[in-house]
Design a protein around this ligand. Structure first.
Ligand code: PLP
Length: 456
């Protein structure tokens, strides 16, 4: 390389405003430059191969070199590279994809709206909830209950729903902080951390459902519109809800006519061992948001499914107003829809959900194998998603001090071992591509073991 040319890393640091990065420290910790991928592996610009234990950001379910998706995208680009879906326009791929998603939905759904990201899907769901309640003549019913440690994205509404401090701090999200806040937060269902001494999972679930009921009553049921939940909380630490949780919560929601929104952005499309996490966790959503594995992450696309109750009210209101005034330039993008359709076809052709169910016991056993390690306080998972929670003193359940950055230190060791994991506080997340084989899973855990051996 000529001396006067910047490397990709140098150019990047000088020009690119990174997502979720300590921007001030970036010049001292240059980015990892990923140049290619094959199967469950990615390769950096130095030629080092990594097992991508996180499918990128929980999305590349088919790994990093699926030729069918590439071909579907190329064909779509060649046929109709762009068209929109405003004002009664449509395209073949979006109609096919909507039909397919309705056929796969975990509960009967009536229509599918398309966007580009999980954040936009959740944002759209929020707007639909508000529009719906205006449509049915309940304009005061607008508050949405979310959970602490939830992650729903970063647009203003999605970040307001979120319950992780880092998404709120210094962003002044107006609707999360105003006295008449429309976004409320209740406790998250992390039994290991937050259950009281001796409290069973069922008792913990009962207490959390009661807390939601008390909150609804305190706010006034006539003001509470919806509850949003990830079936398994992802970025909050892969929190699998305790037994009975959604059954008890949904009984409360039904009592007060509160809509259920399932944020399936991570759980959708096989991750938990069923097509949707709602099936695994017993959720009956009125609105379901999905993204990520909808296209295996290959192109940006997300979807919001709404049931007939919501759709018919929205449709009637748009009739009164003359239009449903919502939609994105790229809603139903023909290339994204074609790639998503092919992704769903690959899941079917390769029987990937059966594969997840077959491999899940080995994955869970791999997580459990760390249970006796000095620093491992808790492990948890379902299907092919899981986490290990590190503790400074597991007997006393004392977390590491924040400045010890236990999760980041572990993730850095794993990286040295050629394994990409995700640090979420002191929890280490794993969410490998669904195509991972038994031998590759064993290799993943061997790398994790080597990282664990070096961690102190
Ligand atoms: N919802 C959940 C559960 C997520 O995990 C994410 C992203 O990780 C989002 C929403 C936001 O999706 P996006 O980053 O595509 O906006």
């Amino acid at each position: 390389m000529a001396k006067d040319l910047l490397s990709t890393g140098e150019k990047d640091v000088a020009t690119h405003l990174h997502s979720y990065t300590n921007l001030a420290a970036l010049p001292q910790t240059p980015p990892l430059v990923i140049v290619s991928g094959d199967g469950i592996h990615v390769v950096d610009d130095q030629g080092k191969r990594y097992v991508e234990g996180m499918s990128g950001l929980w999305c590349a379910s088919l790994g990093f070199s699926n030729k069918r998706l590439a071909a579907a995208g190329a064909k779509a680009l060649d046929t109709l590279p762009y068209y929109h879906t405003f004002n009664q326009r449509t395209n073949v791929a979006v109609a096919d994809l909507a039909e397919k998603l309705l056929a796969l939905a975990p509960v009967p759904m009536a229509r599918v709206f398309f966007a580009n990201s999980g954040s936009e899907a959740n944002d759209s769901a929020v707007k639909m909830v508000w529009y719906y309640h205006n449509a049915i003549g309940m304009p005061a019913k607008k508050k949405i209950i979310a959970r602490r440690n939830a992650y729903h994205g970063v647009t203003v509404a999605a970040a307001s729903l979120g319950g992780l401090d880092g998404n709120h701090r210094d962003f002044d999200l107006p609707i999360a902080t105003a006295p008449e806040a429309r976004f409320l937060h209740v406790d998250c269902p992390h039994h290991y951390r937050y259950a009281q001494d001796g409290e069973t999972e069922q008792d913990f679930s009962t207490r959390l459902a009661q807390q939601i009921e008390e909150r609804i009553l305190a706010e006034g049921p006539e003001t509470v519109a919806a509850f949003i939940a990830e079936p398994v909380m992802g970025a909050g630490g892969v929190l699998v809800p305790p037994a009975g949780y959604f059954e008890k919560v949904q009984a409360v929601l039904r009592k007060y006519d509160v809509l259920m929104i399932a944020d399936e952005v991570i759980c959708g499309f096989g991750r938990t061992g069923n097509m949707f996490g709602s099936t695994t966790l017993g959720i009956q959503p009125d609105i379901l948001c999905c993204a990520k594995a909808l296209s295996s992450g290959y192109v940006p696309i997300s979807a919001v499914m709404v049931n007939d109750k919501v759709h018919s009210a929205i449709a009637a209101n748009s009739g009164k107003l003359g239009s449903f005034g919502h939609g994105y330039t790229y809603s139903g993008h023909p290339v994204a829809c074609a790639v998503a359709l092919e992704t769903l076809q690959v899941y079917e052709d390769e029987k990937l959900i059966d594969h997840v169910q077959a491999l899940a016991p080995a994955f869970q056993a791999g997580l459990r194998s760390f249970a006796e390690r000095r620093w491992v306080g808790n492990w948890r998972g379902v299907g092919l998603i899981g986490a290990i929670e590190l503790m400074a003193d597991k007997a006393a359940r004392t977390p590491f001090a924040a400045d010890r950055k236990a999760g980041y230190r572990f993730a850095a060791l794993a990286l040295e071992e050629g394994l990409i994991v995700r640090a979420m506080g002191d929890s280490i997340g794993l969410c490998p591509p669904l195509i991972i084989t038994a031998a590759e899973l064993a290799d993943l855990f061997a790398r994790l073991t080597r990282a664990m051996d070096r961690f102190d």
